[in-house]
Ligand binder design. Structure first.
Ligand SMILES: [Fe+2]
Ligand SMILES: [Fe+2]
Length: 347
């Protein structure tokens, strides 16, 4: 956790938002006595240092036993060297101008507190955590009932921000550490969809739409028995038939939840349909499968191929892409090629 000491929380809001992109953040006033605040990794003082209460607060901070190891960044408002000297005397390990961009302050904070990490590393970790927490809630509620569709929106920005800030490879590295197979899969598909839509240059609205659809595309799996869902190995025919019900079940859950857009509904039901009619559950053929579903199907298969499971080594990007390319007739060739370029980072 990072503590921001502020005597004007309204003025510190942009800074706090920027800190929240990399860590938990608690805002305290200059009356803070530090004795009941718990553990924190660093402090940013966004205060007018000339005020006696600000000085008292930072002096008290300096008396904490763990203080020696806690970086303190002071944002100074006064003129030049005098303000810096005053901040140093109050224990600042780094002084920055209060006019510095919040993003730049956070860059300095990360260098002070987590010298072996980058801002992008921390953003991706934090956003994956946020999206993962949301997925846990959604799947728990879908097990026996419906889901709160407005809360799905809270998962979209973390995925898009993480992909934008850290790229797909970092996202995959982070999500691969998630133990639960289904959550790992949904986060892999969501990140892959976010990267694909960004790479295709789609509008913000379309990126959000497809990321939303990806987050909940397999929500029907919440009602598939764990023994089948987590079976370490191939499913037999009966098990496969049960597993395949997740697509109509997902559609059912989302319909019953209300307020779900038609594309997300179509993706939930049809993301296992193939252009040649060999998919399920409705054996749709080419024209009946819309572009968003075609796009998500590619992301879904790719994610399934590169997943990490205790009993199988993850497939390399190259091998997974070659399997996708070999599915000509089932997947749209042009989209698969574009997908390959995005995933490999080639223009
Ligand atoms: Fe699925
Ligand atoms: Fe899936």
């Amino acid at each position: 956790m990072i503590v921001v000491v502020s005597d004007r929380p309204d003025r510190s809001k942009a800074l706090v938002d920027a800190v929240l992109s990399v860590a938990e953040c608690r805002v305290v006033g200059t009356g803070e006595t530090w004795d009941r605040i718990g553990d924190f990794r660093g402090v940013i003082a966004d205060v007018t240092l000339g005020r006696p209460e600000a000085k008292r607060c930072l002096r008290l901070l300096a008396t904490r036993p763990a203080r020696a190891r806690t970086p303190l960044i002071c944002l100074t408002r006064g003129s030049g060297q005098t303000a810096f000297t005053e901040a140093r005397n109050l224990g600042a390990t780094l002084c920055l101008s209060a006019l510095a961009e919040p993003r730049m302050v956070v860059g300095s904070l990360v260098r002070e507190v987590w010298p072996d990490k980058s801002v992008a590393d921390l953003v991706v970790t934090r956003e994956a955590e946020r999206a993962g927490t949301l997925m846990t809630r959604l799947f728990e509620s879908a097990q026996t009932g419906t889901i709160d569709m407005p809360s799905v929106e809270q998962g979209i920005a973390p995925v898009l921000d993480a992909i934008h800030e850290g790229g797909l490879t970092r996202w995959l590295d982070e999500v691969w550490t998630h133990d639960d197979v289904t959550f790992q899969h949904c986060l892999l598909v969501s990140g892959t969809a976010a990267a694909f839509t960004q790479g295709l240059g789609l509008s913000t609205a379309d990126k959000q739409l497809l990321t939303r659809a990806a987050l909940v595309h397999d929500v029907g799996k919440s009602r598939i028995p764990h023994a089948i869902l987590n079976k370490p190995g191939r499913l037999d025919d009966d098990e496969r038939a049960v597993m395949q019900t997740h697509a109509p079940l997902g559609h059912e859950i989302l319909s019953a939840s209300g307020g779900c857009d038609p594309i997300t509904l179509a993706v939930a039901r049809h993301h296992h349909e193939m252009l040649d009619g060999s998919g399920y559950p409705d054996k749709l053929c080419a024209d009946a499968i819309g572009d968003p579903v075609r796009l998500l199907t590619i992301c879904d298969i790719y994610a399934a191929l590169i997943e990490r499971r205790p009993y199988k080594a993850p497939m390399t990007t190259r091998d997974a892409l070659s399997i996708l390319s070999g599915m000509d007739g089932k997947l749209e060739g042009g989209l698969v090629q574009a997908f390959g370029r995005v995933v490999q980072g080639t223009p």
